[in-house]
Design a protein around this ligand. Structure first.
Ligand SMILES: C[S@@+](CC[C@H](N)C(=O)[O-])C[C@H]1O[C@@H](n2cnc3c(N)ncnc32)[C@H](O)[C@@H]1O
Length: 219
């Protein structure tokens, strides 16, 4: 069974011809994409041999031997097929951005990119906007930790994001208890930072923004 995190990512995949699961590791998402007929063909890449073998094993266990290719590759550097969708999940924002920037032309041609970063979300949102990738959806789940994923579509121009969206994404617009819980945890993190650095104007400003939005939710 897919984890809550991978189920969330799967639910964001738009039907396409060729999807690449970049850094597929165990290959659970890649397999679920094929089994749910969200892509006609899937390419699983990984930088390392061992994870790619895990992916192959996952497919073999499920008796799926067609419409899947395994490519040992840094990002999509060794992928020669035209891709419609790129999924880059379970990594840090720096690595996700490195993978996108090193093959920017290829990523710009895709219909959809899905990211799920474990670190530095505001930085990822900002850099993607500067590259011209418009964030069209965000989702959150909690499975021990909070996991947040974004769906992007390339536009031919830089995307403007206001400070709120850069820092808290589209989650602010989602009226779910889980988002409220997430925002409370963000508030606690900001308060912790401010305990140690009480005059940080940036964090004071973010905390005030967040408090306003939290109050709106309660009232
Ligand atoms: C933590 S796992 C995440 C696996 C899966 N994407 C997920 O979300 O569950 C990260 C995987 O990315 C691979 N990886 C790291 N750097 C990579 C790169 N530059 N290109 C392709 N794969 C990479 C690692 O080998 C590892 O298998």
């Amino acid at each position: 069974m897919l984890s809550k995190r991978l189920s969330m990512i799967l639910s964001m995949v738009e039907p396409c011809d060729v999807l690449c699961d970049v850094g597929s590791d165990h290959g659970y998402l890649a397999l679920a994409v094929l089994q749910n007929r969200l892509a006609k063909d899937v390419i699983a890449t990984d930088l390392r041999h061992q994870p790619l073998l895990h992916t192959q094993q996952t497919f073999a266990n499920a008796n799926v031997f067609e419409h899947i290719s395994y490519v040992l590759s840094d990002g999509i550097q060794q992928v020669n097929t035209k891709l419609n969708t790129g999924v880059i999940c379970g990594m840090g924002s720096d690595l996700i951005l490195k993978i996108i920037k090193q093959d920017l032309g290829h990523f710009k041609m895709m219909s959809q990119i899905i990211t799920q970063a474990n670190t530095k979300l505001p930085y990822l949102r900002k850099e993607m906007a500067l590259l011209g990738f418009e964030m069209t959806q965000e989702k959150i789940v909690k499975d021990g930790f909070f996991y947040i994923a974004q769906s992007y579509h390339y536009k031919d121009h830089m995307i403007e994001l206001n400070e709120e969206t850069l820092n808290f994404g589209y989650l602010l617009n989602i009226q779910e208890d889980l988002v409220y819980e997430y925002l409370l945890s963000e508030k606690a993190s900001l308060e912790f930072i401010l305990d140690n650095n009480p005059h940080s104007t940036k964090h004071l400003h973010l905390l005030s923004l967040l408090k306003t939005r939290l109050d709106e939710r309660v009232n």
